[in-house]
Design a protein around this ligand. Sequence first.
Ligand code: LFR
Length: 478
Amino acid sequence: MSSVTYAAAVDLGATSGRVILGAWAKNRLKLTEVHRFPNTFRTLGANDYWDLGTLWHEIQTGLRAAAAALPRGARLASVGVDTWGVDYVLLNEAGRLVFPVHAYRDPRTQAGLKRLAGTRAALERIYAATGVPNVFYNTSLQLEEAVASCPAVGDLAARCLFLPDYFNYLLSGRMENELSIASTSQLLDVHSTDWSRAALDYFHIPPQWFSRPVKAGTRLGRIRGFPELAGAQVVAVPGHDTACAYDAMPAAPDGTDLFISSGTWSLVGFESKTPVLGPEALAARVSNERIGDGRYRPLTNVIGLWLLEGIMKDFRSRPQDNRGWDTLIAAAEKLPAPRELLDVTDPAFANPPSMKAAIDAQLRRRRRERPKTLAGYTRLICDSLGRGHAEAKEAFERMTGRKFNRILMVGGGSRNRLLCQATADAAGVPVASFSLEGTAVGNIASQLIALRVVKDLRTFRALLGADLRQKVYSPGRG
Ligand code: LFR
């Protein structure tokens, strides 16, 4: 075997996708972004859809770019795909799409969401069975709506694959459901690694659409359709981007670190051998998602940079590049701290036609003044998210009796000084932010372990941590 192992991570986010080539040599990982592209859903009539053909085209382009970026004579050992959670594809036996692929922000689940929210006994039963709270984007609600609005889909579809599963299928020819992405659905049994019959029945979802999930690290076979990558293995890495991001964090092995993967969503959570369940966990919307090996990642989903990304559309003065962002953040830092913060749990922020209008409406309702400038909104949003992060930490400490001494932050938001500082101030503990492409690193880590180049995740984290730049934000500014 050559002393360098090359692995490609396909990492799809709701607003952008990337293909990253990883080179692992002498216990160090070097990443090269070989392709990046924007992603967005499209609205047709009353519904929102992903443009799957474009996504696949971009993945192909990215993998070819990865092949072209390999040094002469080198071979790609493997490929892995991760995406945002919950969204899925319905296929017939031959692998043909039998239903359009909706985007999770599609409002079609609102009726089901309210129905379940209004039936206390069912809400508690589904939470006890799956460990996942009632959130508008859940696959459970999406599939319930698909079956109810198009009953014929019950006959047409033979399989339900989550998006990473589907791209793995296109790459390898094998249809499998991977565990971490399956755990975002609200259909997996929280006490096993198989599906919850209670949840499938409640949402009227045909159980035969799913196969028993495989653990992350399963090799699916050799890549097909890419002569330039012949021989590369397709590995079912943790298909959920958040699972990958968590895997990449160089956490202390004693469990005293809280994790934030900060991107379009802020995913605040930790690793655990047991799920966090019960009435308080349900009220705090704790989602017991899974690590690729079957353990738990209890987390809460705080709305995240979606607020900031959303507000940008309403300002022509929005930043165009990194320098523009630096200037904006510096201007926001100079402003006085807002007296009142946003209620970031406001459902109006989920998918508004204008984020500024949605924020202004909340401020008006609460008789607060609105900021005058983009910097003012940026300050308000970052401070409000910081408080949201801190509240999630306090709730976890209350529920588990654990104490988190430090917050580790990866993802786009870890580069946002204002957000990191606001989080440290509100939470009262240091925030260590890593200049780390978290999702891609976790994706590649799983491949290296599957290839037996690295022993296990603990070893990977220790090696990575030794090599990583971090910036620590101490609490106390505010
Ligand atoms: C982040 C993420 C979150 C999930 C949300 C919707 O990209 O995967 O973990 O809750 O997208 O799928």
